[in-house]
Design a protein around this ligand. Sequence first.
Ligand code: AGV
Ligand code: CA
Length: 309
Amino acid sequence: MKKKLWMDHDGAIDDLLSQLLVLTMPDVDLIGLSITPADCFLEPALESAYKLLHLMDRTEVPMGRGESYGVNAFPDAWRARPECVNALPMLINLPSPPDPYQYPSAPDLMIDTLRASDTPVTVLMTGPCSNLTLALERAPDLVEKIDEVIWMAGAFRTQGNVLAFQHNGTAEWNVYWDPVSAQKLLTYGLPLVFVALDATNHVPVHKTFLQQLARQADHRLSNLAGQLWALTIDTIPSYHYTYFMWDMLATSYLALPQAFTTEAIRATISTRPPNAGQTRLDPNGVPATLVTDVDKALFYDYLLQQFRA
Ligand code: AGV
Ligand code: CA
């Protein structure tokens, strides 16, 4: 039986690539998609997400729009990237979505869709968790409808990637955007897998991979994926701005769990300066699973294989 999946992403380049990857997975049934306006502006990101559904013949997948805005905004230059995506040759002539304001609110759509499911649903989040936390606050019965939550978030035994005033650099962006929702999410006791910087630091988007992808560019998904990653190359030089396979790693966990090493942890999340959004190991914290490593060769090969579909 196919694994039912709800995906919530925040429209960055690797979020869109992750959506594409999900749509290549034969054993995954995407039953809903919501967009959080965190690492994206909402309207162009809804357009990108819709165009990718169109490209993969899946426009029947219901989409929800995130209406909650986090505490700590992402840089505008990152948020604007879906505008470039929508102008790519493979996407520019695809139909635009209906009026973005006609999309239902993400938490409401999530509640209706999960309640209507006869089997538990896996939730994949590649951005902040605000939509899921809002849905759970409005409908605590959803806990029974959720099989597992896979979340690209956190930095446990490594430094974070936020560089901001009032902050000491310990947090990862997806948690930092809305630390209060993240902390609340822990209280629901859901099976929660953190794909944190601890693991994603092992998988940068390196040029050798992009060269391999380019060699198979006669497959249209490889061509598109190569174009999408090329839009991130301006961020490469310094450590802080290396582009990693953040969301792609979390997404691959759905299909390749055997390639991942995990550890049972207990976690807490700070909600205040100077370490708002820091995820910490804490013996008195909430049980969760932390991905600590991945078989890198298997992972990169898997991406190349899926984009030959
Ligand atoms: O912290 C990683 C998260 C992932 O979900 N995002 C990017 C991925 O989608 C935030 C982020 C950190 N550094 C970035 C980010 C960068 N250099 N450009 C864009 N987004
Ligand atoms: Ca993201």
